[in-house]
Design a protein around this ligand. Structure first.
Ligand code: E4P
Ligand code: PEP
Ligand code: MN
Length: 450
């Protein structure tokens, strides 16, 4: 038996079309766009509404300090790199970080990838000029191609089908790995194989040995380890391209409620969180847990108004505020927001994105970040919550499982000159595998001291 949505709900899902929508591509062929979205609407959902409900309950735990969210992955996934190796390396990095955090802080960690759908990017500028030629900016593989040619940079709606297809194959592999035994905590040592010549990896080996010993003790004491074979691993991306997100919004036959079935968790970016804008409207109407990025100019009134739109009833786990203030500002700006939101009483989950407020350009022209500054923002985030008696609920990071050189610093001391060695991101710089582990050790200590 299936429950249908009411006519009001169905017409509400079209309301965003009447509102201003920031950061949308200029699709050259509306007819083609309509054909593509009709096709998308026929495709199966990528996630099940019940999974989004379980995630909402877990995020409610994170808001109360009973769990911690670890959300990580590329700034922009690409079609070319949606390969088994790259996906496995990212999952492995997140699992290793989660092991460090869980063991270090004795807290369940909610594992979530910026994966299986992170194919669209908001940009500061609509256009890019090189050597006197101006073309549309690269907006992610779901929109256009990165090479600087007119053919590549012209938005192509058919790319939305490519984004769906890569999201489907990626989530399939995530499910295979995390349900098929790869994520079994008993493999905690194997995840580190081939990585031992570095302080972060040596430290991980020590931790893995401790986890092993604890598991041997518990096995001897008769604990059943079958539960460790599988883990829940959730997907997320920025809900940016409204035509795609609307086409993937479906009615849950159990309840008649709309869910965005392109990912478990969707967030609204700093550039598209206008209260009367299309993004806030569309996401206000789906039942998934959702996030909003909050940059340094956010006022407490803005935050409360977003709560009125996105979590009017204060359902636990529904709304996550992902703050990205910059290391130099977080200690000044965050307290006022947290105080007013806490006084309101409706729960939100506070998550720290220490990446987007700390982007710099190196003298040689690379868009980069300093690991030390990134970690300083996380420290600031914990300090603010500690001082106010509120809960730091999670971490949102741009990372990859590969040994890229995009972020400066870390124990391998990536410097200016090293950036050129393996700078592969198409938009923002990501922590590499080793820097990600270092961050996890640092955050585990913050959590333990909390
Ligand atoms: O990932 C975040 C944004 O899309 C990105 O930082 C914007 O970068 P830009 O300023 O180069 O457009
Ligand atoms: C675009 C992003 O962030 P923000 O909206 O916070 O700038 C991002 O997460 O890649
Ligand atoms: Mn980014």
């Amino acid at each position: 038996m299936s429950i249908e949505a009411t006519p009001e709900v169905l017409s509400g899902l079209q309301h965003w079309r009447e509102l201003p929508a920031a950061q949308q591509p200029q699709w050259p062929d509306e007819g083609e766009l309509a054909r593509v979205t009709t096709e998308l609407r026929e495709f199966p959902p990528l996630v099940f509404a019940g999974e989004a409900d379980s995630l909402r309950e877990k995020l409610a735990m994170a808001a109360r300090g009973e769990a911690f969210l670890l959300q990580g992955g590329d700034c922009a996934e690409t079609f070319a790199e949606s390969t088994a190796d790259r996906i496995r390396n990212k999952i492995q990095t997140i699992l290793q970080m989660a092991a460090v955090l869980t063991y270090g802080a004795s807290l369940p960690v909610i594992k979530m990838g910026r994966m299986a759908g992170q194919y669209a990017k908001p940009r500061s500028s609509d256009q890019e000029t090189r050597d006197g030629t101006t073309l549309p900016a690269y907006r992610g593989d779901a929109v256009n191609g990165h090479p600087f040619t007119e053919a590549d940079r012209t938005p192509d709606p058919r790319r939305l089908l490519g984004a769906y297809q890569r999201s489907a194959t990626t989530i399939n592999l995530i499910r295979a790995f995390t349900n098929g035994g790869f994520a079994d905590l008993r493999l905690v040592h194997q995840w580190n194989r081939g990585f031992t010549a570095n302080p972060a990896y040596a430290r991980y080996e020590v931790l893995a040995a401790e986890i092993d010993r604890a598991m041997r003790f518990m096995r001897a004491a008769g604990v059943d380890f079958e539960a460790l074979r599988t883990v829940d691993f959730y997907t997320s991306h920025e809900a940016l391209l409204l035509e795609y997100e609307a086409a993937m919004t479906r009615i849950d036959s159990r309840t008649g409620d709309p869910y965005n079935t392109s990912a478990h968790f969707l967030w609204i970016g700093e550039r598209t969180r206008q209260l009367d804008g299309a993004h806030v409207d569309l996401l206000s109407r789906v039942r998934n847990p959702i996030g909003v990025k909050l940059g340094p100019t956010t006022t407490a009134d803005d935050a409360l108004a977003l709560m009125d739109r996105l979590t009017p009833d204060g359902e636990p786990g529904r709304l996550t505020f992902i703050t990205r203030m910059g290391a130099g500002k977080i200690r000044d700006v965050l307290p006022g927001l947290v105080e007013r939101v806490t006084a309101d009483g409706r729960p939100v989950t506070w998550v720290c994105d220490p990446m987007h407020g700390n982007t710099i350009t190196s003298p040689s022209g690379y868009k980069t970040r300093e690991l030390a500054t990134v970690l300083d923002e996380v420290h600031g985030f914990f300090e603010v919550h500690q001082a106010l008696g509120t809960v730091p609920g999670g971490l949102h990071v741009e990372l990859t499982g590969d040994d890229v050189t995009e972020v400066l610093g870390g124990s391998e001391e990536v410097d200016e000159a090293a950036l050129a060695r393996r700078y592969e991101t198409l938009v923002d710089p990501r922590l590499n595998h080793q820097q990600s582990l270092e961050m996890a050790f640092d955050v585990a200590e913050m959590l333990r001291g909390y």
